[in-house]
Design a binder for this molecule. Structure first.
Ligand code: SF4
Length: 429
């Protein structure tokens, strides 16, 4: 997890790493929804009344995937010391935020932790923070790391949302991605979650892979949709510098998918998932539209990153954001353990966002969401009219069909979604 702004591919999609970065700091698009949209949110920068999110970074993986530049290690012998330190870190931040209504165990691979270990962290969180009774408590689970019994135990200790790192439904693709699991294990993991009683399950998929055709991607989506998860995250494969995959590309062994086809796949994703009952609410995220419109299956926790809600991150490399200040922990388990052992908060650096930085983020993060930017919210937050601030560039982007106006809001068009970075650059001038 790093304090970096996510890099967009032309297709406008993100990667799992982008969302996980959002879990710690930054990040990591619009199509007219066919059903009524849930109530959109306004820009918020004052955190007093906004419940916080609590993020736990679990920096352990069974092995490293060749496309991943995330902070994680493959030494499980550190886990007991890490759990003790994590609980120590929670105590150092006791009651820093008023109320929290989401807990998110992200990684890395959080499902390498036993239910007992996770239960002790939840107990630590509960003793240090006021957590609402209806809190969303998410655990990322990777296929190949859980059994039916373990899944049932996760349910019994209070996890109420499972996010499965499926990534693909095709064995050959999973081998290319260096995943430790097969497609069969992915499906089994999903069914384990259902059997354990989870009624809020998300699947992560990666697309825009080398050589991937629209037909192949649609067939993968069909398999995921057939499982009927409540949530789908579809990320484009991002080539991160310094990864083994980037090395293979540099050596000419792998040819990345061209931008044009990636754009076609991005549009296909939105259309296909819309047709099958999933509403896009963020560039890469889709929630199932149920028969009961009051049930919101969007990720409460991840939406905090896009809506300027406060969040506290714990564990190596985790990021926090509160009262316009952002800070982040050592991206090293040893340094993290040493700091906690010495009674120090394991913070490596911090930044206080200026008004201009907050405006840039409000534009960037607002446009990532299909709700777009609430103009009245922008005015009340920054005491400045959005149009007055961004004209004539705003009108040019509207004329170019990159941005469209909705009542009291502006948002990206489908075309705008394909070029998010460029749209933001042009808008900001
Ligand atoms: S399991 Fe996830 S966090 Fe771990 S190496 Fe693979 S992509 Fe990265």
């Amino acid at each position: 997890m790093r304090a970096v702004r996510r890099r967009e591919r032309g297709a406008g999609g993100g990667t799992k790493e982008d969302v996980d970065r959002l879990n710690s700091t930054y990040p990591p698009l619009y199509h007219k929804a066919e059903a009524a949209d849930p109530k959109p949110e306004t820009v918020r920068h004052e955190h007093g009344a906004s419940p916080a999110g609590l993020y736990i970074h679990v920096p352990f993986c069974r092995s490293k995937c060749p496309y991943c530049n995330f902070f994680s290690i493959t030494q499980p012998e550190y886990i007991p010391k890490y759990i003790d330190a994590l609980i120590g870190e929670l105590k150092l931040s006791r009651h820093v935020v008023g109320c929290a209504d989401s807990i998110y165990f992200g990684g890395g691979t959080p499902s390498v932790l036993t239910p007992n270990q996770i239960e002790s962290v939840i107990a630590g969180l509960s003793s240090c923070f006021s957590i609402s009774a209806d809190a969303e408590v998410t655990l990322e689970v990777n296929p190949g790391t859980v059994s039916q019994n373990r899944m049932a135990d996760y349910r019994s200790i209070g996890i109420n949302r499972i996010s499965i790192g499926l990534q693909s439904c095709v064995d050959r693709t999973l081998v290319f991605l260096g995943r430790i699991h097969t497609a069969r294990q992915g499906r089994d993991t999903y069914h384990m979650a259902r059997k354990a009683g989870f009624d809020n399950v998300g699947l992560d998929l990666i697309y825009a892979l080398p050589g991937q055709s629209p037909q192949r991607w649609q067939a993968e989506m069909a398999q995921a949709v057939h499982m009927a998860p409540e949530h789908l995250s579809c990320y484009t494969l991002t080539i991160e510098p310094g990864t083994p995959l980037a090395g293979r590309i540099a050596a000419g062994e792998v040819t990345p998918l061209d931008e044009k086809t990636a754009g076609v796949l991005f549009s296909l994703t939105i259309d296909y998932l819309n047709r099958h009952g999933y509403r896009q609410y963020e560039i890469s995220n889709f929630a199932r539209i149920g028969s009961d419109e009051r049930v919101d299956r969007r990720s409460r926790h991840n939406r905090k990153y896009w809506n300027f809600a406060p969040y506290l991150g714990f564990g190596p490399a985790a990021h926090s954001f509160l009262d316009n200040k952002r800070w982040w922990n050592h991206p090293s388990v040893d340094d993290y353990l040493a700091d906690i052992h010495a009674g120090r908060r394991p913070v490596v650096d911090e930044e206080v966002l200026t008004r201009e930085q907050r405006i840039i983020e409000a534009v960037y993060l607002g446009l990532r969401q299909t709700d777009g930017i609430d103009l009245e919210g922008f005015r009340s937050t920054f005491n400045e009219d959005f149009g007055a601030r961004f004209e004539p560039r705003l009108s040019r982007l509207i004329d170019g069909e990159m941005i469209e106006k909705a009542p009291q809001r502006i948002r990206l068009t489908r075309r705008g979604m394909l070029f998010l970075e460029k749209v933001v650059e042009r808008l900001l001038g």
